[in-house]
Design a protein around this ligand. Sequence first.
Ligand SMILES: *Cc1c(COP(=O)(O)O)cnc(C)c1O
Length: 411
Amino acid sequence: MNIKKDVIELVNKSEKEVKAEFEKINEICEYNTLKVLQAFQNNNISEVHFNETTGYGYNDLGREAIENIYSEIFNVEDSLVRGQFISASHALNVTLFGLLRPGDTLLSISGKPYDTLDEVIGIRENPSSLKSFGVKYEQIDLINDDFDYAGIEEKLSSKKIKVVEIQRSRGYALRKSITLDKIEKAISLIKKVNKDVIIMIDNCYGEFTNKIEPSNIGADILVGSLIKNLGGGIAPNGAYVVGRKDLINLVAERLTLPGEGKEVGPTLGMNKKILQGLFFAPSVVASSLKTAVLTSKVMENLGYKVQPKWDEPRTDIVQTIEFGDREKLIKYCQGIQMGSPIDSGSLPIPGDMPGYDDQVIMAAGAFTQGSSIEFSCDGPLREPYVAFQQGGLTYEYGKLGLMRAVDNIID
Ligand SMILES: *Cc1c(COP(=O)(O)O)cnc(C)c1O
């Protein structure tokens, strides 16, 4: 790949420095692999579950087994794991419309939610938004990357809130991702003030980065993507919603139709891919975490500001690098693309994106379109020129891709 010798040496040296962190990731991976394996065995998964249904999709044994496995892994009453969800953005949309009614209020306590929800909620006007149906929205911003606990208590005591949304991962915001101990503290506070509030977690990028999930610490309903962590790079699309049985029923009847709910939904040959992806997921997430940790160390050694730092606890697979320089950000992303297995010959350039004020550069050489469990990197072209990097189906490829990108910014 024509990578400069000093770049290879730097990455190899940095790798030695982060070995202790890799040991922790290995342990989490082993634990989550055990969780997955046990759920497969408890549900007696066999070849029959790989079969597909078509049409209405009644009596799909594989689909039912997959949803039982998800329920076991998340320790919840019920699950909806479907290819009829395009991805997590769609599942978040269906979940919010399933839970909220005209006059209800949705409260986000982790600042502005992920960009694709702007028009769903009505933060940006859209005639199909929740707002257009009379659902109200309020937001409490984070303070120093932690919840505004006093603000949350005040709001919940003074106003009737139906759903609280917490976004675990930073998404494309400059804030830190929220660790599970903070989420647990917020959940107990909310339940103390009003036990009837529905707590919904946008769990994207978080699955299997820890030994537990937000559903283990009191969250009522979780939403995530199958083209991220739990799809393991194998699921071709889809999303999951897991949680309380009554809530999953509301979401299922919004995805399909009232009266049929979870009973319909043809799987069209996806069952094996969803199962196989879930089987690989703990290992793929571990590879992504190792790629992120190594990137953090290498870029810190080169003098860049990184978040999280290599030895900080992680709650998702996202790594940011602050370049402070337009050209460096572009060159780094182009290097990630050059190192990809797919489309390595394409050169990403900054372009306009719907929903963004600034131009954005996006590098992704992925088997599945938009799949960011695969090694990918992007950033808005504005101060302080931050790259958001995530994924890595295998650690070895993540390491090589990183070398390629670093080589591209060093002249
Ligand atoms: C990626 C992401 C989404 C959207 O997921 P898709 O599967 O890409 O639609 C929502 N929320 C967060 C925090 C994300 O990172």
